[in-house]
Ligand binder design. Structure first.
Ligand code: FAD
Length: 536
């Protein structure tokens, strides 16, 4: 296992670049790395440029004061058996990525003063719901049936993104027939058609934080996608989330490519309406006629492309149909004592003030002193069987909660670590509020916390380059999923897109976006044999 720093990738310097690359990828998150690794497998020499000091995007980990935390990976579903998701992770990592199962009770929902939960395994999940809501058995079975129906339609929608616009037009009537209309309704709309039991709806939507929108605002298709994803339980990458990028990068390097860190792209260069390369923040230009951006839709069209180019192709008006997702606070906690000694579970906690999630979000947005509409607590050192080998005698906890970006705008543009006393005081106050939730649920931890620090949406902007501190890129509204321009292809020859904004959020969503982007770029004739190898 790698020692200490967890910094992966190779520090960018112009003189470290190869003479020429077949493609440049902007951003080293799961979307960018997957695209780069698959292209590398097909013999391309790919240069991945990452602005942060380490590779991995939201899958990176960091260390401070002898503790190690993940920033954007708490659990991943669908990797316990040889599923397509698992096979793809195995292929990308050369089989080096291992997964540790969480407890059977992988999610626990504290809804006001009541407790509900989700259990691993499709039948166990259903039976557990029936145990909690025996009077709603028919609604629960109808719900399970909807999840089943959504499965096929979700893979159709993915494949549709690969098609050229004319192929899409041809396929449209068939797609319409194959796509159930309820996928494009709000989650609440669909669920309230099955039951009026607000506690059951709250339990089914207990994972809304996994895509950032409460049930009245989110598209049912993304709710169903997440519910299906975790149906067989949650899994954690052994060795920490940084192992994801660490195990994929060699595939890119073996083909002659590289993943550079401290490598901020300032502009995508376009001449005669075609991509010709990128200009780095240091002014150095890298020529390349194929550029794949995983930096997010807003970054790509609003700041990386020359303004005239994005406007000319109508992207400015297209962007008005989508909006950034909510921003968040993170609390990163270090404790002396092991997870076992401290009684930390391998279960995620979701804490809600009551069972009306939408009303709670609205109250919070209007009044920063209102209760947090959701507080999520994760126990990474308890989930990772390798943690104690790296950090003996210690344990970690992470808390995530929403916070509007606007609260932090007064400090926008200031430098990380030097934002001033008023900012620190505000952070302290928010951190203390969130810590109270932790002590309320696990009182044995009072006095056992050795260290904690709070991140804000400005930290997300600083380290992950999301301009509004977005938790999940674009918001997962119904309207977003109606935008057929959100996919791998752009109207600018040589420019491709990948990452969560082109499909859905989640490490697996971003990974699948990388697969779709590669498919769209190279075509099925070249991709077919590779997919056979991945999925054999
Ligand atoms: C707090 C939190 C918890 C989460 N928990 C989970 C979870 O438990 N399970 C799960 O599956 N998903 C989770 N997610 C979501 C998941 O992490 C993301 O959806 C996914 O990793 C996004 O991958 P991506 O490649 O699209 O984007 P990113 O990982 O954001 O990668 C984009 C990269 O582009 C880089 N970049 C941007 N602009 C430039 C530029 N100009 N030059 C160079 N580089 C640039 C950024 O620095 C970044 O590294 C969580 C996310 C957060 C924030």
């Amino acid at each position: 296992m790698k020692p200490s720093t967890l910094r992966i990738g190779y520090r960018y310097r112009p003189n470290r670049l190869a003479q020429a690359y077949d493609a440049i990828v902007i951003g080293s998150g799961m979307g960018g790395l997957t695209t780069a690794a698959l292209l590398s497998e097909l013999g391309w020499r790919v240069c991945v440029l990452e602005q942060h000091y380490t590779a991995g995007g939201y899958t990176h980990s960091y260390e401070r004061n002898g503790y190690e935390w993940d920033v954007g990976v708490h659990y991943i579903g669908d990797v316990g058996t040889q599923t397509r998701t698992r096979k793809m992770f195995d292929f990308l990592s050369g089989g080096k990525l291992e997964w540790a199962p969480m407890a059977d009770e992988y999610d626990r929902f504290y809804v006001g003063d009541r407790i509900f939960n989700a259990m691993a395994g499709k039948q166990a999940f259903r039976d557990n719901l029936v145990r909690q809501f025996p009077q709603d058995t028919a609604a629960i079975d109808a719900y399970m049936d909807l999840l089943r129906k959504v499965g096929r339609a979700l893979s159709d929608l993915g494949m549709e993104k690969v098609l050229r616009p004319w192929q899409r037009k041809l396929a449209a009537p068939v797609m319409k027939l194959r796509t159930p209309g309820f996928m494009y309704r709000s989650t609440y709309d669909v669920l309230s058609g099955l039951t009026q039991n607000r506690d059951l709806i709250a339990t089914l939507c207990g994972q809304w934080g996994d895509m950032g929108l409460p049930p009245k605002q989110s598209a049912f298709m993304v709710h169903a996608m997440i519910a299906r994803h975790y149906l067989y339980g949650g899994f954690y990458p052994v060795g920490g989330s940084w192992r994801i990028a660490d195990s994929i990068i060699p595939k890119i390097q073996e083909a002659g490519g590289e993943v550079f860190t401290y490598a901020q792209v300032a502009r995508i260069l376009v001449e005669d309406d075609k991509v010709t390369g990128v200009e780095m923040a240091d002014g150095h230009q890298i020529d390349c006629t194929t550029v794949i951006s995983s930096a997010g839709i807003a970054n790509t069209f609003e700041s990386l492309l020359p303004a005239g180019v994005a406007e000319q192709h109508g992207y400015a008006s297209k962007l008005s149909a989508v909006r950034p997702s909510f921003a968040h606070l993170g609390v990163y906690i270090g404790l002396q004592g092991t997870a076992e000694e401290l009684g930390l579970p391998r279960t995620n906690f979701w804490i809600y003030p009551n069972n009306d999630y939408d009303a709670a979000v609205e109250a919070f947005v209007n009044d920063r002193h209102a209760e947090f509409p959701v507080v999520y607590i994760s126990f990474p050192s308890a989930k990772d069987p390798d943690y104690l080998n790296r950090h003996p005698g210690t344990a970690t906890i992470e808390i995530v909660a929403p916070a509007p970006y606007e609260w932090f705008e007064p400090w926008k543009g200031t430098t990380w670590g030097k934002r001033g006393e008023d900012y620190e005081a505000f952070k302290k106050q928010l951190g203390e509020r969130l810590m109270r939730h932790l002590y309320d649920k696990l009182p044995q931890l009072e006095g056992r916390v050795d260290y904690y620090e709070v991140s804000t949406p400005l930290s997300t902007e600083w380290f992950a380059a999301y301009r509004h501190g977005e938790l999940y890129g674009l918001d997962h509204t119904v309207e977003r999923f109606r935008q057929d321009w959100l996919g791998p292809r752009t109207l600018i020859p040589g420019l491709w897109l990948t990452g969560q904004d082109t499909l859905t959020c989640g490490v697996t969503g971003a990974m699948m976006s990388g697969l779709l982007t590669t498919m769209a770029m190279v075509g099925m004739r070249r991709m077919g044999p590779l997919m056979k190898r991945i999925y054999s």
